[in-house]
Design a protein around this ligand. Sequence first.
Ligand code: NAD
Length: 450
Amino acid sequence: MQVINPATEEVVASVEATSLDETDAAIGRAAKAFTSWRALAPGDRARLLRRFAGLVDQHVDELAGLEVRNSGHTIGNARWEAGNVRDVLDYYAGAPERLTGRQIPVPGGLDVTFHEPLGVVGVIVPWNFPMPIAGWGFAPALAAGNAVVLKPAELTPLTAIRLGELALEAGIPEGVFTVLPGKGSVVGQRFVTHPAVRKVCFTGSTEVGKQIMAGCADQVKRVTLELGGKSANLVFADADLEAAAAAAPGGVFDNAGQDCCARSRILVQSSVYERFLELLEPAVREFRVADPADESAQMGPLISARQRDGVAAYVDGAEVAFRGSCPDGRGFWYPPTVLAARSTADRAWREEIFGPVVSVLAFSDEAEAVAMANDTEYGLSGSIWTRDVSRAIRVARGVEAGNLSVNSHSSVRYWTPFGGMKQSGLGRELGPDALASFTDVKNVFISTTP
Ligand code: NAD
């Protein structure tokens, strides 16, 4: 597999795709390694994860540089992403000694519960956030005592491969965490069908996620799905409009819009619609699209020519309100683009574009805003801009999405839960509860009858 720098179209590396036989062999080694990994004293497992976090910390700049070249992420974002892997490892390194069960009162004996690890967990990662999404799967899975096989996306395997090396260097035993670059239809599919893989943790498109879920049903395999989104940014007339307009480009164009949480539908109360667009225009024009290695870049290229062409197809025939600029020449560039939607039936309004394109539409009142926000099969994220606290709470409770922010576009903190409602996903990652989804509860009754 050739790895291309999306900012220059140059070949960065070439990576051997794992074959089906090699995948089976790796899963076999993981199943064997699981036996000793789960038996390791909790404090020792914690220490190894902390050491892994420490090594990631020492290599933040190297990993970030690799991501800039492989994925075209801005250097600022890439540093955050590598730091996120460190933080998620650190956070879940606190888990092994705290994975406590319960003692439940019963007559005639003692009843206790255990959180048993599942076995081998298969983590399948998309190309848009190669490092964080990998870490959200492997860190809690390892902490709970599972072995992990991880498949990075075909386009972006380099940082995952490096993380696999750092894990070994940290002393995580061979076979406990294995990175298997390769095709979804070969390696990823084998995670679904191999009986030793007891859970699949999938992040990617809703279409593939549905196939994975259906495939996992055959073995009643556990599954976590983090899928697509079409999140709403709701701007009410009583909001701080300057702040809402200044933040809106970052809320959708970050990572060139290739973000499942991108606020790609802006809904503005009709009384302030014109004013909001006046404020939004300069913010979009000033959004700096540049060489992602440049410290001042706010956005880099798209991941591939195919992705860029797909994004452009949504804009053809739509009404462009205004747009920013981007470099010419080699690289998969596309300018930040704002569409004046005609109606909620527009294709660009309804479908996940996964690029730097946002549609804007007006709403009349709170009820209509919530109804429009919910008029989608997705339910991942969203933002509410208002100065009225009661409205903020009402709307946050009304919008069907797993991660909402008020007067902000923040979605992800490693210590709070993340995941989607409706067709945006199943289960939650990060935060205190994610560990539970990498274990099964076992109940044991011990008779005290003499
Ligand atoms: P994709 O579904 O094409 O691929 C995702 C991963 O699945 C890749 O590693 C791919 O190789 C693998 N895969 C493909 N077919 C497979 C199969 N049949 N069996 C097993 N594995 C298979 O998605 P993508 O284009 O890489 O990523 C973009 C999508 O990911 C977007 O829809 C985006 O919204 C979604 N996403 C969601 C989240 C979230 O947390 N909800 C985060 C990031 C991206």
